[in-house]
Design a protein around this ligand. Structure first.
Ligand code: UD1
Ligand code: CA
Length: 454
């Protein structure tokens, strides 16, 4: 038996009031459909079929991958009709697992249970007990508790509306029956749609066993039809991620004020203050301290480093025991060797800063190498760009760059060399020398200030 996953994602999502197709709305920085696809991948299916319609091109463009078969449903005639579009790619011996593109918190453990319970010849349903099942299909059982059918909210009798067991929509279908069942659906119902849910009554009438499984919790099967529901899913995800980090040895000043939008690996005894945002792949070593309001994207932060408040790091590699911020901006290609210091209002890009080197205040250092223990003074600018090309600035070990130095690249300042404050350095400064490139000061005695005409 091969497993084929069919993800329904053709609907418009009118209630989102958005130009973006619903399934592309992100939870934790990733499109909802991306979460569902990743969950499906964990099951190692033979193929993942995604049924698309509204915004099809955009959805496909965003999430295309080799293991996905995109299936077009040009007219949304119902969930049963949607699954039927994928059937030509699935054989009778297979099992079909139906998922929804807007149900992103589903766990693969739950799906594995459903899939195994149903096997190759039974129908598997994922149902959930709900405090308020309004809007959901209801699971109708007979006096012995055997599932008989699913009735949609709009087709249910007042008695059926009292049923608290709701249909999640997630279902495992035996491939040997799917074509027959889906082919015989009718749209004679309140919404005029071909309901996938009607296969339950068909299975019962043919004495095909119906197996029922439940998710770990209700959030797992919750979909997002509007932005309020989207925010509930987002907060649920963030709460789980915060818990995971705390379980791994991270202290969070407030678990409700950390947002993770990617994959974060952590060591132990890390502290994160409030309003930290972690994006992409972030690796944080032991004893790292992250101050309030920092954004870290695609970064490696090694053990013992302190990132102070309001720092923004993107694509940076920060070595051990470094000191960054407050208000530092480290852009892609920044590498800080151990014990380096980058202080307030300093921007770095494609810059390797050597061990113990300091760039403490108000500087731009781009396309540069700063040697071990060098000191880059306040207001230093690497002039790395002539409008077309980028050039390198090399600063030697133990060099001292005076405040407000403009380093016009390509240029190099040798080991232990010094530049005078306020210099515009256009030529190399040899090791051990002082480069001075500024007008000499002259004083004009008894200077009369301009006066206002009467
Ligand atoms: C469906 C179930 C209902 C269940 C609920 C759970 C049916 C008939 N009803 O109802 O029992 O409680 O989900 O959320 O299945 N879609 C398509 N093509 C279509 C129609 C729908 O791709 O032609 C997609 C939609 O984009 C959506 C999903 O299928 O992601 C569910 O469709 P929707 O019409 O919202 O079904 P519900 O009325 O919510
Ligand atoms: Ca729905």
């Amino acid at each position: 038996m091969n497993l084929h996953v069919v993800i329904l994602a053709a609907g418009q999502g009118t209630r989102m009031r958005s130009a973006l197709p619903k399934v592309l709305h992100p939870v934790a920085g990733k499109p909802m459909l991306g979460h569902v696809i990743d969950c499906a991948r964990n099951l190692s299916p033979a193929k993942i079929h995604v049924v698309i319609g509204h915004g099809a091109e955009r959805v496909r463009e965003e999430l295309d991958a080799a293991d996905i078969n995109w299936v077009m449903q040009s007219e949304q005639l119902g969930t049963g009709h949607a699954v039927a579009q994928a059937l030509p790619h699935i054989s009778a011996a297979d099992q079909i697992l139906v998922l929804y593109g807007d149900v992103p918190l589903l766990r693969s453990e739950t799906l594995n249970r459903l899939s195994q319970q149903a096997g190759s010849s039974s129908l598997g349903l994922l149902t959930v007990e709900m405090a308020d099942p309004t809007g959901y299909g209801r699971i109708v059982r007979d006096s012995e508790g055997q599932v008989q059918a699913i009735v949609e909210q709009k087709d249910a009798s007042s008695e059926q509306l009292l049923i608290s067991e709701g249909n999640t929509g997630i279902m495992a279908l035996p491939g040997c029956k799917a074509a027959d069942w889906l082919g015989s659906l009718s749209n004679d119902n309140a919404q005029g749609e071909y309901y996938l849910t009607d296969v339950v009554a068909l299975a019962v009438s043919q004495s095909v066993a119906v197996e029922v499984a439940q998710p770990g919790d209700e959030l797992e099967v919750m979909g997002a039809n509007n932005r309020q529901q989207l925010s509930v899913l987002e907060r649920a995800w963030q709460r789980k991620e915060a818990t995971r980090l705390m379980e791994s040895g991270v202290t969070l000043a407030d678990p409700a004020r950390l947002d993770v939008r990617g994959e974060v690996l952590v060591g132990r005894d890390i502290f994160m203050d409030i309003n930290v945002v972690l994006e992409g792949r972030v690796n944080i070593g032991d004893n790292v301290h992250i101050g309030p309001n920092c954004v870290l994207k695609d970064c490696d932060i090694e053990a013992g480093t302190v990132i102070k408040a309001f720092s923004h790091l993107d694509g940076a590699l920060v070595g051990e025991d470094c000191d960054v911020g407050p208000y530092a901006r480290l852009r892609p290609g920044t590498v800080l060797q151990r014990t380096a210091k980058v202080g307030n209002f300093v921007e770095t890009k494609k810059a390797e800063v050597g061990e113990g080197a300091k760039i403490n205040h108000l500087s731009y250092v781009g396309d540069a190498r700063v040697g071990k223990n060098a000191n880059v003074g306040a207001g230093t600018i690497t002039c790395n760009y002539d409008g077309v090309n980028k050039f390198m600035t090399l600063i030697g070990e133990g060099a001292f760059i005076g405040s407000n130095t403009a380093l016009v690249a390509p240029v190099s300042v040798g080991d232990q060399a010094t530049t005078a404050a306020g210099s515009t350095i256009t030529g190399d400064v040899p090791a051990g020398s002082l480069g001075v490139a500024r007008g000499r000061q002259r004083n004009i005695e008894d200077w009369k200030r301009p006066t206002r005409k009467k």
